[in-house]
Design a protein around this ligand. Structure first.
Ligand SMILES: *Cc1c(COP(=O)(O)O)cnc(C)c1O
Length: 308
């Protein structure tokens, strides 16, 4: 029997589709020799479509949107955006209209991500990079100027204090010892959610996946509750590989070797860059022998589907 109050909650439609996010030891002779224990928190397993950290971030935002009777969910993102992909699917599941402002010229041929957005009923509008930068500044859910549409606004990547609560729940699922909690950072919202738990159990180490990400320090601090000390988390800016979604032969070779050695599928935009960074830090003896590192698999595998 389900709890009666759960049945009243429309989000249960999605909650019922969720799979367990497990914690798995990464078996790699390289790590064994180095004496470091690496675990992966498999949030990529949470849902077949709403990738990795995206449902964690959306859950309480969408709950809030429903509570204020939002008519449409409006957001922004790039042409391969995992955030928009998740949002469009959630909107379709809940029967809530969705709309997105997408960076750049409309492509002649839509990629698989954009096709899914259209199939799930999301209204797409393309805007110039300079306009996109302006939109980025709008944070509040009711702050969207009318020319961009009327509805509940979700800023880029769902960066919103409500997102932290959903992310924090993943920390509660972990009982194993942990010295470092590592994750890739786009907007840094997921990092803020992890750090917001303030358990004191581990240091949070975020790998920024684009160039010039030092400003994230400020954005993350602004999302965090005041009692969270800056010493409990830090950003590593060294593994951006030239910019967002940029790669190098070394990175791609690393991703291939990692998948072949461990059997864990990853993509090079987020989780691949983080793991490259972790392995490099292991080589530099940044971690002590016997330490436990948990790396968050944030999913995002939809973005690397063959483009047909
Ligand atoms: C969105 C995303 C991130 C970044 O999350 P932020 O909260 O914006 O830092 C990391 N990994 C994947 C796969 C993502 O889709």
């Amino acid at each position: 029997m389900q709890e009666p109050e759960l049945l009243d909650n429309p989000l249960v439609v999605i909650e019922n589709q969720l799979e367990k996010s497990t914690l798995e030891k990464v078996n790699d002779p390289f790590l064994k020799t180095a004496g470091v224990n690496l675990w992966m928190k498999r949030d990529d397993r949470l849902h077949p479509i709403i990738s990795g950290n995206k449902w964690r971030k959306l859950k309480y935002i969408v709950e809030h949107a429903l509570s204020v009777q939002a008519c449409t969910l409006i957001s922004m993102g790039g042409q391969y955006s995992n955030h928009l992909h998740a949002l469009a699917f959630v909107g379709k599941q809940l029967g809530l209209p969705t709309k997105a402002w997408i960076r750049g010229e409309p492509p002649v041929k839509f990629n698989s991500t954009l096709k899914d957005l259209v199939d799930w009923g999301m209204e797409l509008e393309f805007i110039s990079r300079s306009e996109y930068r302006e939109l980025r500044k709008i944070k509040g859910h009711d702050g969207l100027p009318e020319k961009y549409g009327v509805g509940y606004w979700l800023s880029e990547g769902g960066a919103n204090p409500l997102a932290l609560r959903g992310v924090a729940e993943l920390v509660l699922e972990i009982n194993e010892p942990c010295d470092y909690f590592c994750l890739p950072c786009g907007t840094g919202t997921t990092l803020a959610g992890i750090a917001s738990t303030g358990t004191g159990r581990f240091s949070v180490l975020g790998f920024v996946v684009f160039k010039g990400g030092a400003y994230l320090e400020h954005e993350i601090s602004a999302l965090l509750p005041h009692q969270i000390t800056p010493e409990s988390w830090q950003l590593n800016l060294d593994y951006h590989f030239g910019g967002f979604a940029k790669t190098s032969p070394q990175l791609l070779a690393f991703v291939d070797t990692f998948m072949a050695t461990t059997g864990i599928m990853i993509e090079p935009t987020y989780t691949g860059k983080m793991l490259y960074g972790i392995y490099d830090l292991v080589k530099q003896k940044h971690f002590k022998k016997g330490q436990n590192i948990i790396a968050l698999h944030t999913g995002g595998l939809q973005s690397i589907r063959a483009q047909i």
